[in-house]
Design a protein around this ligand. Structure first.
Ligand SMILES: *Cc1c(COP(=O)(O)O)cnc(C)c1O
Length: 586
């Protein structure tokens, strides 16, 4: 306690540690011995790093939560000097456009350099940049020709070079800064070479290979976001000879890795499964259905640690303050001790104020839209009194952005009957062929909208989807549409941003939505696709009807929030990871 009798922030965090672990975590994690999180992608524009989607947003939010909780934490990630954006041309075709980022201009400090070996080429020199934020730190590697995130094809030389840079370069940077990881979390298999580098160091220090593998396995967590192993990238022996083996000094380790190849190919997931004892999927459903096998053909067991979001980043501050003042969220940004009934009563007593906060959210969205352009290159504003549907997520087949357009007459009727608008945003993955079906479908959808006067007035597509737009759309929309093919979404976090900002949720029962059983959102389900489409239209009408009725709106938003609160809290996710990693006996 300090003199005023209030706990300092450090004491609060000690409380938190005690709450999750009898023998305090402070002895297990320290500044020299931090939690190291390694990821190819971080999405944190405020800190000068733009990602591509959910994987990067999760990485950024995980660090932010660690900073809040004073956890010694390092985010090991590349700094991409080339950053991808999306622009529309006047034929309604999206194009990639790249801008340059300079680490010094983004507040990073040059902290030295490390070498990376490439067969038959001079050593590459990777510059190491750091940025410290509270107890957390970004540790980044980069060089002039590093290229953008997700450059080239998944199994290309360039990708493997980037992965080797992150893994071997990143591990050498940790050593250079005298940091010994307490644990290494691998955010997907592209980061596996961090664990390989650690293994190599132990072998070089005289440990025998099998002891070293046991040690590395015990201190490595593999977080999987991919449903099927067939979708994992694989590399040839020749590619490993060029980029990987030159960076491994132990002959025994090289021999071991070489032995994992099958028919001249190695899937990084196979290597990762061997080197990480702790493995998790990112929602309950995903952990259950992810179908992976180790090199002996044994099915891999994934624990479930559902993704959460950093509430302070994504929730409108006034709404978050309301949650805190009413005890819905506690001082750690964890769910408070209130029942669903109590949340409903709290909402009923404050419905007018909450609706007013949503109107403020609409104004915020319009402020952002004033700086952005729609598909025609025009600045749009959403009228204050209209009902606003939104779809904001990467445009990939399984997320089905075109589902509301299956019956254009029905969509138009819903929009007109409810005086509604519909706003959409979402990137298409880079390096796709312009003849790719996703591109073609996006173009077709934009053309359908352009050709119809009702849709042209009421449906808006905002190119170059990013965090700013994600936040503004969560704050300023009334209902969000989240309809992935069931079984395809690992978790998804957009829906968390929406429900936390009191946006009605129209969703298929997939990913993190399925963590709550039975789900409380406006669920879209049906025996086949056409039944699902009909269910979507019914739910769209229902959402607008709920919105028109204060009591129904209050109860619906309260119910969904109360049931998903522990699912969405980033602090809850961190607690689960700490428990999983440091208290395996429970
Ligand atoms: C939150 C967010 C995501 C996450 O998308 P999901 O499809 O829900 O996983 C992706 N991109 C951006 C810019 C985001 O802010």
């Amino acid at each position: 306690m300090n003199q005023s009798g209030q706990k300092t922030q450090n004491e609060d965090v000690a409380d938190f540690y005690r709450a999750i672990d009898r023998t305090s975590l402070i002895h297990k994690i320290s500044a020299d011995h931090p939690y190291v999180y390694t990821t190819m992608e971080v999405y944190d524009v405020v800190n000068g790093i733009r990602g591509a989607g959910g994987l990067g947003v999760l990485a950024a939010d995980t660090r932010r939560v660690a900073e809040d909780l004073n956890i010694p934490f390092i985010t090991l990630t590349p700094f991409y000097q080339s950053e991808r954006h999306q622009q529309m041309d006047d034929k309604l075709v999206p194009h990639d456009a790249y801008i340059t980022r300079v680490p010094e201009q983004e507040g990073f400090t040059h902290s030295g350099s490390v070498e990376l070996k490439v067969k038959d080429q001079p050593d590459a020199k990777l510059d190491i940049y750091t940025k410290t934020l509270g107890t957390t730190r970004f540790l980044c590697m980069t060089e002039q020709n590093f290229g953008p995130l997700y450059a080239d094809k998944p199994s290309s030389d360039h990708r493997l070079y980037q992965m080797a840079s992150l893994g071997f370069g990143g591990y050498r940077a940790l050593k250079m800064l005298h940091i010994k990881p307490a644990v290494i979390q691998l955010n997907e298999t592209a980061t596996i070479f961090t664990a390989v580098a650690r293994l190599d160091e132990l072998c070089s220090n005289g440990m025998n290979l099998y002891e070293a593998i046991v040690y590395v396995r015990k201190h490595t967590l593999y977080t999987n976001h991919t449903l099927v192993q067939a979708a994992e990238s694989e590399f040839s022996y020749e590619q490993f000879e060029k980029f990987i083996f030159p960076n491994i000094s132990s002959p025994a380790l090289r021999h071991y890795v070489a032995g994992l190849f099958e028919n001249g190919k190695l899937k990084l997931s196979s290597l990762t499964i061997e080197l990480a004892e702790a493995k998790n999927g990112v929602s309950k459903l995903h952990a259950r259905v992810a179908d992976y096998h180790d090199i002996n053909g044994e099915k891999v067991k994934f624990a479930a640690v559902t993704n959460g979001i950093h509430l302070q980043t994504w929730v409108k501050p006034e709404i978050l303050r309301f949650y805190k003042n009413s005890g819905i969220i506690d001082k750690f940004n964890m769910p408070g001790c209130v029942t669903a009934d109590q949340v409903r009563n709290i909402f009923r007593a404050n419905t007018g104020g909450l609706r007013n906060l949503k109107r403020q959210g609409r104004r915020y969205l319009n402020d952002i839209l004033a700086r952005r352009m729609d598909q025609y290159g025009e600045h749009i504003q959403i009228p204050e009194n209209v009902f606003l549907y939104e779809f904001k997520r990467r445009f990939v087949e399984y997320k089905r952005p075109w589902m509301p357009f299956e019956d254009v007459d029905e969509l138009k009727e819903i929009l007109v009957d409810n005086n509604a608008h519909y706003i959409m945003a979402g990137m298409i993955a880079g390096n796709v062929d312009p003849n790719d079906s996703t591109y073609k479908r996006l173009e077709g959808m934009l053309q359908t909208i352009a050709d119809d006067p009702v849709l042209r007035e009421r449906v808006h597509y905002i190119p170059d989807y990013d965090e700013e737009l994600a936040k503004a759309m969560s704050w300023g929309s009334d209902a969000s549409i989240n309809v992935p093919v069931v079984g395809m979404e690992a978790c998804g976090t957009s829906f968390m941003k929406d429900l936390a900002n009191l946006t009605l949720l129209i969703a298929t029962n997939d990913g993190g939505v399925a963590d709550v059983a039975p789900p409380t959102a406006l669920i879209v389900e049906g025996d086949d696709y056409s039944e699902e489409v009909k269910a979507l239209y019914r739910r769209m009408r229902e959402a607008a009807a709920i919105w028109r009725d204060n009591d129904r709106w209050s109860d619906e938003t309260a119910n969904v929030l109360a049931s998903y609160l522990s699912v969405i809290c980033g602090a809850r996710m961190m607690r689960d990871y700490l428990r999983f990693l440091f208290r395996p006996e429970v």
